[in-house]
Design a protein around this ligand. Structure first.
Ligand code: NAD
Ligand code: UGA
Length: 452
């Protein structure tokens, strides 16, 4: 089979590399408008940092995996086209700040209709509002090019930082399609791809709308667990309970389970907030305001948690950080990625800058330019400095705010770092990552999420 994937991002790149690795009889071409990104996929300096990704790419690249900007030609030549473009929150017009912006998906559908080349299966890989496939079908159905199209939904559930393991051994693959003869045949074709390395019982097939909605629902449920434990973390701080002990106690209940109960400075990433806002917008649209409000609260709690973290810094540092220097350890939204989209670090740093703090920032993978643009700062801004290691960033600061759970932070020489800081020196652990005894023995005043 000839496969095209439109969109060479965090999903398109790794997902297609895994398909190419396992489906050696298929030719997989990932296309993108962004030449720089494609050049980077064709080098050993991949555009995204993801453990194990380079090995998978190298195993297939040039054999049956290709990266290209020849979008029309690749579409024309392919039997299956995955749409894996970004679907950000709309930042203009109706639904601004809530609805998903589907203009990139729509433009892919129009392009497929225009280019033609034969009967094709078009697969939504991007996360989209339920019933988006209807729009794609209508655009393709009216193309008048004489070819027929089957539209499927195959949402992606990988998490950044663990993408390769998630793709190699997913909890499930979900494929939705029309329940007509042609629809079911198309579903089976895509099933046969995944089935080359994933057991058939882990491949779920549904109708189109269930598949589209399951993706938004999965993200909403995951984010809801984090907001739930973060809500409890505030109560723990007020009462002397310990949020990790509470999480452990409830997580042993097999009906609740232990995962996604780590309280933190808040969830980040390009998807949780966007997908919940979109879910809530859809509920409003379908006349279900109570349901919309229920899910909105998950995002509100997340904003509250980020605010609370900064408030804790302010309270501990005698109600002012003006002119004080604070080390920011970690800017990525989680460990093992160079992605800072919607990272809680953005909200925390922006508020500290509003309070006139100076920030000394270190992240092992997020480039300086990404940090500057996330904070809307220009390169000459004297209020921020960038460092090559945590020790260097902390030098001469009044406090450390640990915002990403990078493994290397667990090995910091705290005594050495403390010695070079202004006193009293504070340590704000937004991930409850580092052994509290060690931090206190080093001399720090320690402040952790969910601890009194
Ligand atoms: P991304 O921004 O990293 O990549 C999207 C790519 O699409 C960009 O490189 C962009 O240039 C390209 N593009 C946009 N319009 C195009 C067009 N018309 N033709 C060709 N290329 C075009 O986005 P991402 O993080 O890979 O996310 C893609 C989708 O997958 C989103 O809907 C997201 O919600 C979903 N998703 C993301 C993750 C994740 O971990 N990032 C996980 C699961 C699902
Ligand atoms: C999430 C989902 O886990 C994926 O299944 C989904 O495919 C993806 O969104 C998506 O649709 O984009 P991702 O955002 O990459 O994946 O990473 P997660 O591991 O889910 O972490 C998200 C955020 O929640 C991070 O900021 C993380 O630090 C935070 N988190 C996670 C917590 O604060 N506590 C936890 O217990 C778990």
């Amino acid at each position: 089979m000839k496969i095209c994937c439109i969109g060479a991002g965090y999903v398109g790149g790794p997902t297609m590399a895994m398909i190419a690795k396992n489906c050696v009889d298929s030719k997989v071409t990932v296309v993108d408008l962004n030449q720089e990104r494609i050049d980077s996929w064709n080098s050993d300096d991949l555009p995204i940092y993801e453990p194990g990704l380079l090995e998978v790419v190298k195993a297939a690249r040039g054999r049956n995996l290709f990266f290209s900007t020849e979008i029309d030609q690749t579409i024309q030549d392919s039997d299956i086209i995955f749409i894996s473009v970004n679907t950000p929150t709309k930042d203009y017009g109706s639904g601004k700040g809530r609805a998903a912006d589907l203009r990139f998906v729509e433009s892919c559908a129009r392009n497929i209709a225009k280019v033609g080349g034969g009967n094709k299966i078009v697969v939504e890989k991007s996360t989209v509002p339920v019933r988006t496939a209807q729009m794609v079908k209508e655009i393709l159905g009216e193309s008048n090019n004489g070819f027929s199209y089957q539209v499927l939904s195959n949402p992606e559930f990988l998490a950044e930082g663990t993408a390769i393991a998630d793709l190699e051994n997913p909890d499930r693959v979900l494929i939705g399609g029309d329940q007509s003869k042609e629809g079911l045949e198309a579903i089976e074709k895509v099933v046969s791809l995944y089935n080359q390395w994933i057991d058939r019982e882990n491949i779920i097939t549904t109708n189109l709308w269930s598949s589209e909605l399951s993706k938004l629902t999965a993200n909403a449920f995951l984010a809801q667990r984090i907001s739930s434990i973060n809500a409890i973390s505030a109560l723990c701080e007020a009462t002397g309970a310990d949020v990790d002990e509470v999480a452990n106690a409830i997580g042993t209940d097999s009906r609740i389970g232990p995962k996604f109960l780590k309280s933190s400075v808040g969830f980040g990433g390009s998807c949780f907030q966007k997908d919940i806002l979109n879910l809530s917008y859809l509920c409003q649209h379908f006349g279900l305001p109570e349901v919309a409000e229920y899910w909105d609260q998950v995002v509100r709690m997340n904003d509250y948690q980020k605010d609370r973290f900064v408030q804790r810094i302010m309270d501990a540092m005698f109600n002012t950080v003006s002119g004080k220097k604070i080390a920011i350890l970690g800017f990525a939204f989680k460990k093992d990625t160079n992605d800072a989209r919607e990272s809680p670090a953005i909200a925390v740093c922006s508020r500290l800058l509003d309070e006139r703090a100076h920030l000394a920032i270190y992240d092992p993978q997020v480039p300086k330019d990404t940090i500057l643009s996330s904070l809307r700062l220009d390169a000459n801004d004297k209020r921020v400095s960038f460092h090559d290691c945590a020790t260097d960033a902390a030098n001469g600061t009044h406090a450390i705010a640990l915002l990403t759970e990078w493994d290397e932070f667990k090995k910091l020489n705290l005594k050495e770092i403390y010695a070079e800081m202004e006193k009293p020196a504070h340590f704000f652990d937004g991930r409850n990552l580092i052994d509290p005894i060690e931090v206190q023995n080093a001399g720090f005043r320690l402040h952790r999420i969910g601890k009194g």
